[in-house]
Design a protein around this ligand. Sequence first.
Ligand SMILES: Cc1cc2nc3c(=O)[nH]c(=O)nc-3n(C[C@H](O)[C@H](O)[C@H](O)COP(=O)(O)O)c2cc1C
Length: 221
Amino acid sequence: MTDRDAALDPASMRKQYRAEGLAEADLAATPVEQFARWFKEAAIEGHLFEPNAMIVSTADAEGRPSSRTVLLKHFDEQGFVFYTNYDSRKAGELAENPYVSLLFPWHAMARQVIVTGVARRTGRDETAAYFRSRPHGSQLGAWASAQSSVIADRTDLDATYTELAARYQEGEQVPVPPNWGGFRVAPGAVEFWQGRENRLHDRLRYVAEADGSWRVERLSP
Ligand SMILES: Cc1cc2nc3c(=O)[nH]c(=O)nc-3n(C[C@H](O)[C@H](O)[C@H](O)COP(=O)(O)O)c2cc1C
């Protein structure tokens, strides 16, 4: 095998992860607070590109899964919020089965966070407030795309966008599309994974208790 072949062979791609770990004693009181710490470290110290990019996995009524990357737009003790098209595949699956998994793949820091929980639509006021904060072009794009539907080619999409751009000039208020909005994922469990040497990683998982408190458990790597 040449060096180049070896460099492209997934089986020989191996990184030694960092020594500093994650200890129970260092954890914040709630998973959202702990997420806020790691998110800050990813964004500020890690300089990660789009640390708010997360893999959203849903499953249909028969339990068949599907995944895609989506941007986290807000988080607080109520949950993790993203915005999308309510006619999309993911939204259709969430209507049948609200259980969802969010995965933040912070590879450059040898970290991942996995949130599992239940997704509910955000209220229209919250959706409208976020929609108005988006760039004009993204607002028009939300109208132009029937997300997840099969289309013949780009022509109609570009033509629709051009028509919308003529109707709504830059600076003019674009109405919120009725089929566009947010989902808030209320966490039931949140795992913080820190890569360590020799594959002896730390995995600490917060699990919601019935009384609203959190239990922390350590998982074997
Ligand atoms: C970095 C990145 C960020 C994305 N952010 C969003 C987003 O915030 N909302 C969204 O609906 N799609 C987003 N997408 C597109 C989705 O991955 C996906 O193609 C789209 O939502 C349709 O998914 P579905 O057909 O499974 O419903 C993003 C893709 C990438 C690669």
